[in-house]
Design a protein around this ligand. Structure first.
Ligand code: PEP
Ligand code: MG
Length: 585
């Protein structure tokens, strides 16, 4: 028995088995039971085979097209894929540490990264990017067909208590909260945010346990008391009896978590929830969770490492048509390719690497390569015959860009009207701009007359507003959705949209954070698009909040000077409300 003490941030007592999740970088680590090890290794080997096939296909295409000298680059990647130092090492990690394959690949890559970085020769050091690409491809292939943490966690018998290094909203969206009945985190730095998250999820929670996620073995019974901040690891039989007597878990009231259908606040404000998707395989989740449409389809994921020129208009048309038909009569918002120059130029560079670079990217890159944009628009206009379509431009920074893009779209549509007369109605297609660069947010009133809708992309907006690259460990702590400047930009965009009577939604990760959605509703937003798994988590939070109260809280929060003060203010408002109620009610 061991007793750990942290800060209790959400009350209630839960007895369960520990599931341990650590999420350093963008890859999650979770333990797997012994009988899953062989299956996990098999998935790794399948991903290796799929990656090999893809690289051979790319190489063959490159060899027969312009730039054939680039083909040799893929020989290096193919050799790495076969080298035991990557996949072989990952297999060893899966077997010895009993962890998921994606994490094992990441670990093996990190080991190699350090070897490459210690090399004197700059040419050899640069080869690290090839290892990164191969590891990225393996992880992407593991994602297709792999089970997510939700399914893996569901294999834990009985109630469980999540022990994590930190809990972000995107991880929360992937968990099954009917099984995970409480959580404890190592991190204490985001206390208020985590506290609001826990209370919104209605689960007991402790933060600030330092290294609990490293010390507690998966499967160990634990008793978590969210009032006292105490976590008992491997409790004695007496402590278990006592925990049974005191066990409480705040219950959600209202609808079941997964029941689809329209969502309204307690004072009758209708909130629209749509889904962000990257792959067509995500579509079944849309129906399961009652998404009212696709608010963001990240079209660049269709490339999956293939050179852009190899994806024809007909390939794209087939994919968009299938997407639109499966979602109709609900609308689909397809974002034109959001690639940066490097992804655009370098066949083999998958879009799964987060785009953090400014410069020639998104719509700018499309306008600099109008043939690519035109091909995509032709495919989109043709696909619009099959259901409601919205086309969205990423990374818009100025009115001229939107005008140029709309001119191309109009030319494409009028050309197609001649060749495909009567098959579609281009006037029906809604055209929107993503607001994810501060210049677009600040000039939202000028952009609004040029488009049919806005979608706020907070992932990028926060990065560029605060000059923080989330993938740079040295500054990633400064990535702060509650920074007053970020909230002001959001309010500014919402107001500009309202003045020009165009709809505005928000599709960044902020939307899927149960701790933040109330604030966003308080800022006047009523449409959100999020990862499908977040919908059943955010829905009950919305159903318990009053939009009028949320507006009052948001109005006050916007007068505060720092993110820390805003976070604390929201937490205090929550603590002041009855324990079972939402902070926003
Ligand atoms: C965003 O920037 O918030 C967004 C949704 O776009 P992405 O995450 O694809 O950059
Ligand atoms: Mg973005």
């Amino acid at each position: 028995m061991e007793r750990l003490t942290g800060i209790g941030v959400s009350p209630g007592v839960v007895l369960g088995r520990a599931v341990v999740l650590t999420q350093r970088t963008e890859v999650m680590r979770f333990p797997i039971p012994p009988d899953r090890v062989d299956r996990e290794v098999a998935a790794l080997l399948r991903a290796q085979a799929a990656s090999k096939q893809q690289l051979q296909d790319i190489k063959a295409r490159v060899e027969h097209g312009p730039g054939s000298e680039l083909a040799a680059l893929f020989d290096a990647q193919l050799l790495m894929l076969d080298d035991p130092i990557l996949v072989g090492r990952a297999e060893t990690i899966v077997r010895t540490e009993r962890v998921n394959a994606a994490w094992a690949v990441h670990r093996a890559y990190e080991e190699l990264y350090h070897v490459f970085m210690s090399m004197e020769d700059p040419y050899l050091r640069e080869r690290e990017t090839d290892v990164a690409d191969v590891a990225g491809r393996l992880r992407l292939n593991l994602r297709h067909g792999a089970k997510g943490p939700k399914e893996l966690l569901s294999q834990v018998d009985g109630p469980s208590v999540l022990i994590a290094d930190e809990l972000t909203a995107s991880v929360a969206a992937q968990l099954d909260w009917s099984r995970v009945q409480a959580f404890a985190t190592d991190a204490g730095s985001r206390t208020y945010h985590t506290a609001i998250l826990a209370r919104s999820l209605k689960v007991p929670a402790i933060v600030g346990l330092h290294d609990a996620s490293l010390r507690i073995a998966a499967g160990t019974p634990v008793v978590l008391d969210g009032t006292t901040g105490e976590l008992i690891v491997a409790p004695t039989p007496e402590q278990i009896d006592e925990a049974h007597r005191r066990a409480t878990r705040p219950r959600r009231k209202g609808r079941s978590q997964t029941e689809p259908g329209p969502v309204t606040t307690t004072d009758g404000v209708r909130i629209r929830l749509e889904a962000n998707i990257e792959l067509l395989e995500d579509l079944p989740f849309l129906n399961e969770h009652g998404a009212e449409g696709v608010g963001l389809y990240r079209s660049e994921f269709m490339l999956s490492g293939r050179p852009i020129a190899s994806v024809t208009e007909d390939d794209q048309y087939g994919l968009y048509r299938s997407l639109i038909e499966q979602v109709a009569p609900r609308p689909v918002t397809i974002r034109t390719f959001d690639l940066d120059e490097r992804q655009f130029a370098g066949p083999g560079r998958g879009p799964e690497r987060r785009r953090t670079r400014p410069g020639l990217r998104g719509l700018r890159l499309g306008l600099a390569n109008p043939d690519v944009l035109r091909t995509q628009m032709r495919a989109l206009v043709r696909a619009s015959a099959h259901g409601p379509l919205r086309i969205m431009f990423p990374f818009v920074t100025a009115v001229e860009e939107v005008r140029q893009a709309r001119t191309i779209l109009a030319e494409v549509a009028s050309g197609l009207s001649r060749t495909h007369a009567g098959q579609f109605e281009p006037g029906q297609i809604k055209v929107g701009a993503m607001i994810e660069v501060p210049s677009a947010a600040l000039a939202a009133d000028l952009l609004a007359p040029e488009v049919d809708f806005f979608t706020i992309g907070t992932n990028d907006l926060i990065q560029f507003c605060l000059a923080v690259d989330r993938t740079d460990d040295r500054v990633s702590d400064l990535y702060e959705p509650l920074h007053p400047a970020v909230l002001r930009l959001i309010r500014m965009v919402r107001r500009a949209a309202a003045r020009h009577r165009i709809p505005v939604s928000l599709c960044g990760e902020m939307a899927s954070d149960p701790a933040l959605v109330g604030l966003l509703i308080g800022l006047g937003l009523t449409e959100f698009s999020m990862t499908p798994g977040a919908i059943p988590i955010v829905r009950p939070v919305i159903e318990e909040l009053s939009a009028a109260e949320a507006r009052r809280l948001a109005g006050h929060a916007l007068r505060l000077a720092t993110a820390g003060e805003i976070e604390q203010y929201l937490f205090d408002a929550l603590a002041a409300s009855a324990v079972q109620r939402s902070p926003w009610s």
